[in-house]
Design a protein around this ligand. Sequence first.
Ligand SMILES: Cc1ncc(COP(=O)(O)O)c(C=O)c1O
Length: 149
Amino acid sequence: MMLPYGRQSISEEDIEAVTAILRGDWLTTGPAVAAFETAISELTGGHRVVSCTSGTAALHIAYASLGVGPGDEVVTTPMTFVATASCAAMLGAKVVFADVDEATALIDPAAVSAVVGDTSSTSSDSSATRPASRSPTKGRGTRRSTSTA
Ligand SMILES: Cc1ncc(COP(=O)(O)O)c(C=O)c1O
């Protein structure tokens, strides 16, 4: 299967917005960042929003906030950007790959289950009942497995 890489959509308005910032006094923080975070917060129902310098930084922070670390395993697909796996490795977790569903190209929950193993008797943590492709689940023994898509 041939997968096309994403094609970005950047308008003249986008370019003007970026150049306005580059001509201003605030490059790393400031009113544009606060306005962006407020707009995203409103779009997502009022959740607290924190801007990151990159998707990789956002993934690293997300995994760290979940407590991912040594002794954990993170299940993901190799059919995604390397940061999905490398951020888990940077935190000391073991990366385990599960294949994608051929029809959707998204991580296959059955493939995740196959590498995580039996989750029914390892924990009373409610996260064990969440879909494996969306949230942390308990894995083999006492290790926690976190699945990413
Ligand atoms: C799925 C996915 N995750 C993470 C990243 C990393 O984003 P960044 O290049 O902003 O660090 C990318 C970048 O293309 C991506 O496609």
